[in-house]
Design a binder for this molecule. Structure first.
Ligand SMILES: [Zn+2]
Length: 171
């Protein structure tokens, strides 16, 4: 089973962030998500996946590093998407193939031409999986938009993101 974001702050290792942002996403993960969203859009379907990485904390709170985007078989149409619960094996296999210690720091999904926001369903999905923590990336390949939201006590709010170039990746 994948390791979901630790909800208890004390379990999150301390490390100072290099620049002020809520989440640091690798270039590789960004292109995986954008490619996936593009492929979906060509079939008029939303896509969805998980972000594997690490959570850290410093004096400004908790932040995340997302190194890889992983996905599995989906049931999708223009307005909704969910994992195929009859066969989650490919998702777990993809996670098992990751050659680094990770937690699931968040998830991503696409919207087809309606812009990037957290719908009521998205908010419910987010809080049932991540509680008040974790990140949600929303991509609209038609509008060429990408936004990231972070969980908070009052529901998801927009978060700041920095893209890490491969050679500057913090390992
Ligand atoms: Zn959505």
């Amino acid at each position: 089973m994948p390791r979901i974001t630790p909800h208890i702050d004390s379990k999150i290792p301390e490390r100072k962030r290099i620049v002020n942002a809520d989440i640091f996403v690798s270039e590789a993960a960004i292109s995986e998500m954008l490619d996936h969203a593009d492929r979906g859009a060509s079939e008029n379907a939303e896509v969805m996946g998980l972000l594997a990485g690490r959570m850290y904390r410093d004096e400004n709170g908790v932040y995340a590093e997302a190194d890889k985007a992983v996905t599995a078989k989906l049931h999708a149409d223009e307005v909704s998407v969910r994992f195929d619960h009859s066969d989650m094996t490919p998702l777990f296999d993809a996670l098992d193939d990751l050659d680094f210690e990770y937690v699931i720091v968040g998830w991503y999904h696409s919207h087809i031409g309606i812009g990037c926001f957290m719908s009521e369903t998205d908010i419910r999905t987010h809080s049932s999986v991540f509680g008040g923590s974790g990140f949600a990336v929303v991509i609209d390949p038609i509008k060429e938009e990408l936004k990231v939201f972070k969980g908070s006590e009052n529901g998801p709010e927009e978060a700041s993101m920095v893209v890490m170039e491969s050679h500057t990746q913090m390992a």
